[in-house]
Write a protein that binds this ligand. Structure first.
Ligand code: ACO
Length: 401
């Protein structure tokens, strides 16, 4: 606790916790993390088991509803998602206003915020049916919006999602279908993307989820709340790291330059950090990184991709894990270290990487938003501060300053 100073002394003491390293802002029954042991559970299920046996859509149902679905429950959920996968025609006109060079995350944040202007029938945050409908719409429309953003950026005509395909395959089809050519999604690509979506689906009170909850605590509608989460995710210290990792690996270029990169990352006079290393909570290893590392090798093998960046990444990991600086600070590769290399192998352009993350995290964000509204006695989020400014003083007229 810190004394807040002379001026407002009688307002008491606050806990000063920059970056909220030891502040629990909420109770939640959705995701559990043990950072020392490298444990991650969604609704009690280990991430390793979900990664091996579940699908993204089933995992989304689990996050939203607290239990794995029965067959009929899953069929209904899946049909509802398919039913709502189209986006409003006017949203396409909205996207047309963006320059083709606009960053996809800028377009995504704006498009999701705009959903509150397109859908007025589910904006009563007090109504559980409205909340559920908004969750379905968000999970259903995110891939369609992402595809439209990608196609806009490369000047291709928009495509409608194919209802006969399942979630991830439908997304890849909508995104990559080439005009006037038969296009089939490679099942290896679809499976790998589904895995990445499961691993990214939720991660308790990370920066973007806390943002969704903070905005949600004001009573803001679900689309506005999730749009705020998207902007928080965009930063390179959070979800934007997957794009930053790949750009950094490309900049390092070859395995013989790795040593210099590690040296720079340790230099406190250099702002250079190894992207994809370190985590606020995981101080042993990130269980998602372990799964992704293995998947990365498998996917590249199965697709026959020989990416020299994988060699740079492995050398970087090896060099950092042997280095006292990284060992002492418990800086291990995080979920984003290898995901960029898989995304690249799957044909996803670099600037779309964080959009992929956002599609997956939407199911986590909206699950937290719903949990918040279902919790009795929730209060508006309102952190305090330690005032460090001037003491009380009298106004000085302009000619006397
Ligand atoms: N490279 C070099 N040094 C690092 C790195 C890194 N990637 N990460 C942390 N450090 C150092 C810091 O300089 C600091 O050193 P010091 O004690 O000598 O001052 C120490 O390790 C602790 O770092 P903090 O920034 O205080 O750790 P924090 O928990 O606040 O930040 C974060 C965690 C943001 C993930 C940080 O490790 C980082 O910037 N990593 C690179 C970006 C990244 O990969 N982000 C993705 C995170 S996962 C996700 O959001 C999905």
């Amino acid at each position: 606790c810190v004394d807040i100073g002379t001026l407002y002394k009688d307002t008491g003491y606050f806990t000063y916790d920059p970056g909220y390293g030891s502040t629990a802002s909420t109770k939640s029954a959705i995701t559990y993390i043990d950072g020392d042991k490298g444990v991650l559970l969604y609704r009690g299920y280990p991430i390793e088991q979900l990664a091996e046996k579940s699908t993204f859509l089933e995992t989304s149902y689990l996050l939203l509803n607290g239990e794995l679905p029965s067959k009929p429950q899953f069929e209904k959920f899946s049909n509802d998602i398919t039913h709502h996968s189209m986006m409003h025609e006017n949203l396409k006109d909205f996207l047309k206003g963006f320059h083709h060079n606009a960053h996809p995350m800028a377009m995504l944040a704006a498009s999701v915020a705009s959903l509150s202007a397109f859908y007025h029938d589910d904006l009563n945050v007090e109504n559980p049916e409205h909340r559920h409908l908004a969750a379905i719409r968000l999970i259903a429309k995110m891939p369609t919006i992402a595809s439209a953003i990608y196609r806009h950026s490369i000047g291709w005509p928009n495509r409608y999602p194919r209802n006969n395909l399942e979630y991830v395959t439908r997304f890849l089809h909508t995104m990559f279908e080439v005009p006037s050519e038969a296009y089939h999604v490679n099942p290896v690509v679809a499976k790998a993307l589904d895995l990445l979506f499961i691993l990214h689906a939720d991660h308790e009170q990370n920066a973007s989820t806390s943002t969704v909850r903070l905005v949600g605590s004001t009573g803001a509608n679900p689309y506005a709340s999730v749009a705020a989460g998207i902007t928080a995710l965009w930063g390179p210290a959070h979800g934007g790291a997957n794009e930053a990792v790949l750009l950094q690996l490309e900049e390092i270029g070859t395995a013989d330059k790795v040593e210099n990169a590690v040296k720079r990352a340790k230099d406190k006079n250099d702002s250079f950090r190894l992207m994809g290393f370190g985590h606020r909570v995981y101080k042993n290893f990130d269980p998602r990184a372990k799964i992704i590392r293995e998947a990365c090798h498998n996917v590249l093998n199965e697709l026959g991709v020989n990416d020299p960046l994988l060699e740079v990444a492995m050398k970087l990991e090896e060099a950092a894990l042997k280095d006292d600086y990284f060992v002492e600070r418990k800086l291990y590769p995080n979920v984003d270290f290898y995901s960029g290399i898989i995304y690249k192998a799957l044909g996803i352009p670099t600037e779309m990487f964080t959009v992929m993350f956002a599609i997956a995290r939407t199911s986590g964000w909206i699950s937290h938003w719903i949990e918040q509204h279902e919790t009795p006695g929730s209060r508006i989020g309102r952190p305090r501060q330690i005032y460090t400014g001037a003491d009380v003083r009298d106004y000085v007229p302009g000619d006397k300053r």
